[in-house]
Design a protein. Structure first.
Length: 374
C-alpha cells in the first residue's frame, strides 16, 4: 500500500521488521560482542537481563561469554541511552557515552538544586574533578561515595553532591556486579580509569541514527528521540534524509529507514520468544504498538518503573515471565499468559520456557510453571 507515492507500512509489517532486526525471528550464531554492537547495547538495570537478552537471540549462547567480555573489559555496564544502564561494547561506551550527557544534566537539574554551575553551593567543576579522583582511587559504591563527599564538603547536602558525581562523571559498574551467578554491590569506576582512555568529548549524533534504524527501524523522529533520550533529532534526520528511505505508517507519520535493512512480509511466521526484562525491543519507540498491543500496555507498567520479562506470541507481547530464587537450589520460572493460546502456540511456549529454565539453572534445576491465561 502507498499514499502519494510513499509506501505505507502497517503494524504487522513494522513488527516483523523489528523482529528481524532484533534477531528474534530466528536465533543466529554470532559472537555476543558483535550482537552488542548491532543492537547498540542491551538494557542492564537487572543484572541478568543482558544475559537473557542474548539467550533469546543467539543459538548456543552461554552466560560465560558475556561474563568474559565484562571481565576482560571488552564490554562494560554503563549509563548510556536515556540515562539508563546498558551492557555495551567498550568501543561504544567510549564513542557514545557523552551523547547521554544532556539527559544526565536534566536529571541533575530535576533531582538537585543545580543551577548550571553549582550544586549544594559547590562548583560543579570541583565536584566532578574531586569525584572522579575518588572513584579512580578505587571503585566505590554509591553509599561509599556519599560518605566521602560528606567528609569532603561538610555542611553541604551529600546526597545532591554524590548524585551529581554519579550522573555527570562517565562511569562503569565494575565486576563482579553483573557477572552471571556472582553479583555483588554496584561499584563505580570512571570510564577513563577502567578502560584506560577518556570518552569522546563531543560525538556526532549523525552516526548514531543509521545504527538505531538498522536495529529498530523503520522509525519516526519521535521514536528516535524516545530511544536516545535526545530532543533535537529532527535536524539530524533532515541532514541525513538524502541517505535514508522514507515510508509512512498507518497514521500518516513519516518513517525513516536505512537502505537494505530487512523488511520481511507482514505474514512472516514469528516464533514464541521470551524477552528479557527491560528489553529494548519494547522500549525503543514512542509508539510501542508494533510490539505491545494497546490492551496490554497497562499490564506492563509499574509504579517503580520495573519492566518484566515478556512473552512474544506471533510477534506481539502476550504475557510476562520471571525467575524467582527463594533459596539456594530452589528456582522457579513462572509464565503468565494474558490470553488463551492455540495448541501450537502453547506447545512453542512450553518448549521456550523449558529452554529458558535450562539456561537459568545455576545451582540446581529450575521448575517451570505456566499459569492459566487471564
Amino acid at each position: 500500500m502507498s499514499t502519494s507515492g510513499v509506501q505505507v507500512l502497517g503494524t504487522r509489517a513494522l513488527n516483523r521488521a523489528l523482529l528481524a532486526r532484533q534477531l528474534l525471528l530466528e536465533r543466529v550464531r554470532r559472537p555476543a560482542l558483535d550482537v552488542l554492537t548491532h543492537l547498540v547495547g542491551l538494557q542492564a538495570q537487572a543484572p541478568d537481563a543482558p544475559y537473557f537478552g542474548l539467550w533469546s537471540r543467539l543459538a548456543g549462547f552461554r552466560p560465560g561469554e558475556l561474563a568474559g567480555l565484562l571481565r576482560e573489559r571488552s564490554a562494560v555496564r554503563a549509563t548510556m541511552m536515556r540515562g539508563t544502564l546498558h551492557a555495551v561494547t567498550s568501543a561504544d561506551c567510549l564513542a557514545l557515552r557523552m551523547l547521554a550527557q544532556p539527559t544526565m544534566e536534566r536529571a541533575v537539574r530535576t533531582n538537585t538544586d543545580y543551577d548550571g554551575q553549582r550544586v549544594a553551593g559547590v562548583p560543579v567543576a570541583e565536584l566532578l574533578a574531586v569525584g572522579a579522583e575518588l572513584l579512580t582511587e578505587a571503585p566505590r559504591t554509591p553509599a561509599e561515595l556519599r560518605a566521602l563527599c560528606a567528609a569532603r564538603w561538610p555542611g553541604h547536602d551529600p546526597g545532591w553532591v554524590s548524585y551529581t558525581v554519579r550522573a555527570l562523571v562517565p562511569t562503569v559498574q565494575v565486576p563482579p556486579r553483573g557477572i552471571w551467578g556472582v553479583g555483588g554491590l554496584a561499584r563505580l569506576s570512571p570510564v577513563r580509569a577502567w578502560l584506560g582512555q577518556p570518552v569522546h568529548p563531543d560525538p556526532d549524533p549523525d552516526g548514531l541514527v543509521p545504527r538505531y534504524l538498522a536495529a529498530f527501524g523503520p522509525a519516526t523522529a519521535a521514536d528516535l528521540a524516545t530511544w536516545s533520550g535526545r530532543t533535537a533529532v529532527r535536524p539530524v534526520l533532515e541532514r541525513l534524509r538524502p541517505q535514508l528511505r522514507v515510508f509512512a505508517d498507518e497514521h500518516g507519520r513519516e518513517l525513516f529507514d536505512v537502505p537494505g535493512a530487512p523488511l520481511p512480509p507482514a505474514d512472516t511466521a514469528a516464533p514464541v520468544r521470551l524477552l528479557a526484562p527491560y528489553d529494548n525491543a519494547l522500549l525503543a519507540h514512542a509508539d510501542r504498538a508494533r510490539v505491545v498491543p494497546e490492551e496490554y500496555r497497562a499490564r506492563l507498567l509499574s509504579k517503580n518503573g520495573i519492566v518484566p520479562g515478556t512473552v512474544l506470541v506471533d510477534g506481539f507481547v502476550q504475557g510476562t515471565w520471571d525467575v524467582s530464587r527463594p533459596g539456594r537450589g530452589q528456582a522457579r520460572l513462572t509464565v503468565r499468559p494474558f490470553r488463551p493460546l492455540t495448541a501450537q502456540q502453547a506447545g512453542q511456549l512450553s518448549d521456550e520456557a523449558a529452554s529458558a529454565a535450562e539456561f537459568a539453572a545455576r545451582d540446581g534445576p529450575v521448575e517451570v510453571a505456566i499459569e492459566e491465561a487471564g
